[in-house]
Design a protein around this ligand. Structure first.
Ligand code: BJ8
Length: 383
């Protein structure tokens, strides 16, 4: 990271990391480094890392390939699923193109059925994720699926994944999570140091940096610099502080963050998978590696789980710690599990924390920007 650059330029550099993907993915292939593509936070990345592979989140956040996907899939389906399938079908995503294996999980119905078709033109492995976090059987199933993934990667890549290698990967991934967390926790500063748009640029961009040691270093010095400048008086104005929860929002759905920040608020916290859901919990480094991984990943508070108390636990903690004035629940169109959960999240925020709540349904098009602006302006005005 060039320390002479000003902060906005550094935030842009993180954003650029994804766009440089083609070259980076090609370089990895030339060095014979396997690439494992993922779609979901439940994927235990440490197993692939222990195999010496690079793990990448596959393109699924733009409407560029939705038209191609709709030739095969129903139109009334979540844009994330259509976009994922469309990128796989059209080979427009360099990460898809270069992936040796794509690992999916049986999360929501649309996604797990889409993998069946994706498997027709890509190597896909689907991990059987239980529908509940409750009970020994769910835990045992998930642990056995993690071991199965390890066995499969050993066969496919013709190598052995030792427990020591998994331990190393757990340690590295934990350190990366801590660095990410220390950065996004800048959102706790009041008034804010930086906008939610910039927080997202860095956190989302960091997932496309493959040299994790370097990325950890860059994140740590960026966090330090923002805090230092804040102490010297560089800060934003005081505005209503918004927490975003719900579906993942990197890419096209970032329009919601923009609508909030263009209409008088700042997003100070992201509870969803793009930020906190993926990074809050660390993997226990003192346990058996498979137990530790099963425990960490199964605890993710996704609406695909029933019941989904872990979402509320994290949400409540963040509402308090980030001194949130309002909660915006972002629902991607036709995402039934998050849409159904809006009632219980509304009750939870209104009743337990007395914080106003609003749910917005959106897709990857730009057609609802006017409507988003109107709704956000009204919500923020009321806070
Ligand atoms: S752990 S949030 S990344 S499943 S694809 S559920 S938006 S209908 S993405 Fe997710 Fe993993 Fe859960 Fe996180 Fe809804 Fe669309 Fe399904 Fe989605």
């Amino acid at each position: 990271m060039d320390i002479k650059k000003d902060l906005p330029e550094i935030f842009e550099d993180f954003s650029e990391a994804r766009k440089n993907g083609f070259i980076i993915a090609k370089e990895l292939k030339e060095k014979n480094i396997p690439l494992i593509g993922t779609f979901c936070t439940y994927m235990p990345q440490e197993i692939a890392m222990a195999a010496g592979a690079a793990v990448v989140s596959l393109c699924s956040t733009s409407d560029e390939t939705i038209g191609d996907a709709e030739m095969d899939l129903p139109r009334n389906l979540c844009p994330l699923i259509k976009s994922s399938y469309g990128f796989g079908k059209t080979d427009k995503c360099p990460y898809f193109y270069f992936s040796d294996l794509i690992v999916g999980e049986t999360t929501c119905d649309g996604k797990k059925k889409m993998y069946e078709y994706l498997g027709e033109f890509k190597a896909v492995h689907v991990m059987q994720l239980p529908n509940t976090q409750v009970g020994e059987k769910s835990y045992e199933l998930w642990k056995s699926e993690i071991i199965k993934l390890k066995d499969l990667l050993e066969d496919k890549l013709e190598l052995r994944i030792t427990e020591d290698k998994i331990k190393e990967a757990i340690n590295l991934k934990n350190r990366e999570r801590v660095a990410l967390k220390e950065f996004y926790e800048i959102g706790k500063l009041n008034p804010p140091a930086i906008s939610g748009t910039d927080i997202l640029k860095v956190i989302y961009g960091a997932t496309f940096k493959f040299d994790k040691e370097q990325s950890i270093e860059e994140l740590s010095s960026l966090t330090e610099r923002v805090k230092r400048e804040y102490a010297q008086g560089v800060r934003l104005d005081s505005r209503p502080r918004i927490l975003i929860t719900g579906c993942p929002i990197g890419g096209a759905a970032e329009k919601v963050v923009k609508a909030i920040e263009d209409n008088g608020g700042y997003v100070v916290a992201f509870e969803n998978c793009t930020v906190a859901k993926a990074n809050e919990l660390l993997v226990d480094e003192d346990k058996d590696v498979f137990d530790a991984l099963a425990e960490k990943y199964l605890a993710i508070g996704c609406s695909c789980m029933s019941p989904n108390e872990n979402r509320k636990t994290l949400l409540g903690k963040m509402i308090e710690e980030y001194k949130v004035d309002g909660v915006v629940d972002v629902i991607l169109q036709a995402c039934h599990t998050y849409a159904v959960e809006t009632l219980s999240i509304k009750r939870f925020t209104n009743n337990n924390y007395k914080v106003p709540y609003m749910a917005v349904e959106t897709d990857y098009s730009q057609s609802d920007i006017g409507q988003l602006n109107t709704r956000m302006a009204a919500f923020i005005e009321m806070l």
